[in-house]
Design a protein around this ligand. Structure first.
Ligand code: UPG
Ligand code: MN
Length: 744
């Protein structure tokens, strides 16, 4: 099928080229360019899917093989106590702390880019709750260790929990539920009663007179797992809000990740790092053991694998995926395909990293005996002025395996930790450039993963049963749109990055050729809108001006077969994944909507950045736990539950414009047809009947895709498209139609 579709595409291109030689028209040249790009994209997609691979892990064998499990530092990022409710972060943290892994090997660092006392308060309370929760989970071998999910109605325990019927368990469970309800009530109350920032006291005094983007570093050790005190055996828990000042770029999530890397380097310096966004939680408590099975594998794992990525899966899935953001089929085909190449792309969350790779080592350097002797001066240049940090980095780079934190007292590193999270600390160091999470793109994850693959490292997917992590997908169209827009912009930023353009990485670096094509497949999210929007404009232009869009005569069969086969083929993928036809259609439609609205807006944002008119920003996705988990099941299509909501954002302008353009084209065409009939002319002089029908069908297809927008035009409130957007779109559509006439 892949090849058949490719051949049809090539035939179409061939036809266009030949026709262009015979009779040059500008619009056929545009069609040729767009279709060439679509063909290229198809090549990106098929080479990526052709060698799928799955890795099987056996964690129970791991303990027989290694004497001592390595330490893991756990990173959680949160950035806004309103968009990301603290109770959500709390659940992420609790699920991490309660993993099946020796507690003394874990340390959890939470970065709060929102600088919110609420987050700190919530974590403090959570830490008290953890004293009861963790033993409960471990004693009864609970599977879901995020309490909100454990106690929610739709947790069926999936048969993974033991003991679930004993009396003792029932009692304990009720007690836990009580405590958790108490905890969430207290946190909720704190969130609703806002204390003026000047009246914060005690531990929270540091937050007085702080603003989101203007405050000193605040680091709080919420729990320290001190050996001598015979503590309760809970992991360390540390709160970090790095210093931010206006005019100092803070590099969004990448900056936060580097702050976490530096602070954890000073405090526990674990050789492995697990990073999880606050909207995800651990669903499989053994996941760290699974990941270590790969990373500690003596044959390949240790030498070649830089990171282990677990897929992003979501709970509370809306029926038939009306927003098209569950990415189930995508993960199945593309992701397992990439796993068979150089390995999955880094997805920003649910990922286990090797610290030395983050510190810039290549596989060759990391091999025993090849460890470079790095002079202290160079280390200082890269890691910055902190002596303590340089020492801890040297420890990692030399590949010493003794755990450095045996005698570490976390509180002692507080001063150094404050120094390294200073907003000026990274100036003229290697952070964000040679080491750490890379700066320069709002999809820092793909960029960072690419920089690692460029060095020649592999990565692996880890897909244990039950699934490793789960979380919330954006709820509502505006949130999903802003996420897609950010991704598109970020992909373009990566392509234009002089150090990490994938093409250069494969020519000058060690990025495998097919892995390069896989990266192009995803970077195409930024390019695709240019071609799709041009193609659609071309279609409209042709309809309005009575020119041919599709080939004429028998050649018309090429695009028709192509479209039909492609549709059946993608549909078969959905059916093979046990998804419904409705879901397939929703995903098709949403791709059009995302590409022509959000990703196109992302492209425009990139142009504005290049023109230095505005800079790109990381807009945080709004998270709504309740929506996703409780009512989620009942929502089905765009009519219920308000899935298709709109806001004032400009991302909705392109789509509304395209819709209006199609409507205009249809009306113009019909009037034209009526007139020509009454005038008893030849139906068209240069257009055959089938051609017109097919052009109109394409336009009709777009109208059906944009049906939610059509409804939105007539609705009010959040279900309606704001009149300002309609006005802008109508103006643009009018300009376009006039332009068609002047060029006719
Ligand atoms: O200035 C910022 C902005 C965001 N974040 C955190 O980054 C994470 C991801 O943000 P979110 O709004 O959830 O974005 P998503 O679109 O869901 O994120 C996807 O895309 C991002 C890149 O654009 C990746 O970093 C994420 O891991 C990936 O899940 C969250 O934990 C945020 O708290 C920060 O720490 N600081
Ligand atoms: Mn997210």
């Amino acid at each position: 099928m892949d090849v058949l579709i490719l051949i049809l595409q090539l035939l179409l291109l061939g036809y266009r080229v030949i026709s262009l030689f015979n009779n040059y028209t500008f619009h056929w040249l545009v069609a040729l360019i767009c279709e060439s790009w679509f063909t290229l994209c198809w090549i990106f997609a098929i080479t990526t899917q052709w060698n799928p691979a799955v890795i099987q892990t056996y964690p129970e064998r791991l303990l027989q093989r290694v004497e001592e499990l390595p330490a893991i530092d756990l990173f959680v990022t949160t950035a806004d106590a309103v968009l990301e409710p603290p109770i959500m972060t709390v659940n992420t943290v609790l699920s991490l702390l309660a993993m099946d892994y020796p507690s003394e090997k874990l340390a959890c660092y939470v970065s709060d880019d929102g600088c919110s006392p609420l987050t700190l308060y919530a974590l403090q309370e959570a830490s008290k709750f953890a004293k009861h929760w963790i033993p409960f989970c471990k004693n009864f071998n609970v599977q879901v260790r995020a309490p909100f999910k454990y106690f929610s109605h739709d947790n069926q325990n999936d048969g993974y929990d033991d003991h679930s019927s004993t009396q003792d368990f029932k009692q304990q469970c009720l007690r836990m539920k009580d405590m958790y309800d108490n905890l969430s009530r207290r946190i909720e109350e704190a969130c609703t009663t806002s204390i003026p920032s000047s009246r914060l006291e005690g531990e929270f005094a540091d937050f007085s007179n702080t603003q989101r983007d203007n405050h000193p570093t605040i680091i709080k050790i919420i729990r320290e797992n001190k050996k001598e005190k015979h503590s309760e055996g809970l992991p360390h828990l540390i709160y970090i809000s790095r210093e931010k000042r206006p005019k100092h770029p803070h590099h969004y999530k990448a900056g936060a990740m580097n702050a976490l890397t530096k602070v954890s380097g000073l405090m526990t310096n674990a050789p492995f790092i697990l990073n999880v966004d606050c909207d995800m939680f651990v669903n499989n408590p053994k996941i760290a053991l699974h990941a270590m099975s790969v990373l500690l594998d003596p044959e390949k794992g240790q030498k070649e694998v830089a990171f282990v990525q677990c897929p992003q899966q979501f709970y509370g899935k809306l029926k038939n995926d009306p927003l098209g953001n569950q990415m189930v089929v995508l993960f199945k085909y593309i992701a397992s395909g990439i796993a068979g190449l150089q390995g999955p792309l880094y997805g920003g969350t649910n990922c286990f990293h090797r610290r030395k790779v983050i510190y810039g080592l290549s596989p060759h350097e990391a091999e025993k005996g090849n460890m470079p002797e790095i002079p202290e001066k160079k280390l200082k240049q890269e890691f910055g002025a902190s002596k303590e940090l340089v020492n801890s980095a040297a420890h990692v780079l030399e590949g010493r395996t003794d755990s450095p934190n045996n005698d570490i007292n976390i509180s002692k590193s507080l001063e150094a930790a404050n120094q390294v999270t200073n907003c000026g600390y990274e100036y003229s160091t290697g952070w964000g450039v040679q080491i750490g999470w890379k700066y320069g793109s709002v999809v820092e994850d793909i960029l960072t993963g690419l920089s690692i693959h460029k060095k020649g490292w592999r990565s692996e997917f880890c897909i244990p049963e039950p699934m490793a992590f789960t979380g919330v997908a954006p709820v509502g169209l505006p949130a999903a749109m802003s996420q897609q827009k950010r991704w598109a912009t970020g992909m373009l930023e990566i392509f234009l990055n002089k150090n990490y353009c994938p093409l250069l990485c494969t020519i000058f670096g060690k990025l495998h050729f097919r892995q390069f094509l896989a990266y192009m497949w995803i970077l195409n999210w930024g390019f695709q809108p240019i071609f799709e929007v041009s193609y659609v404009c071309l279609l409209t232009f042709c309809i309005i001006t009575n020119t041919n869009f599709l080939p004429q005569g028998p050649a018309l069969l090429i695009p028709i077969t192509l479209v039909v086969i492609h549709m059946l083929y993608t549909l078969s993928e959905y059916l093979a994944t046990k998804l419904s036809i409705q879901e397939w259609w929703n995903n098709q439609r949403m791709s059009r909507i995302y590409i022509m609205n959000a990703r196109f807006s992302g492209f425009i944002a990139m142009i504005l950045k290049l023109l230095r008119i505005s800079n790109t920003v990381f807009d945080i996705t709004r998270k709504d736990q309740n929506n996703a988990s409780s009512d989620g099941e009942n929502l089905s299509d765009d009519d219920n539950g308000g899935t298709f909501t709109f806001d004032e954002s400009s991302v909705f302008v392109p789509g509304t414009t395209i819709l209006l353009m199609q409507l205009a084209a249809m009306v113009i065409k019909f009037i034209g047809l009526l007139e020509s009939r009454s005038g008893n002319n030849n139906i068209e002089n240069n257009n055959n009947g089938y051609g017109i029908i097919c052009d109109m069908l394409c336009s009709l297809y777009l109208i059906i895709c944009f049906l939610p927008f059509l409804k939105g035009i007539f609705k009010r409130g959040k279900y309606g498209i704001p009149s300002s957007t309609i006005f802008k779109s109508a103006t643009l559509a009018f300009l376009f139609v006039s332009l068609c006439y002047t060029n006719n």
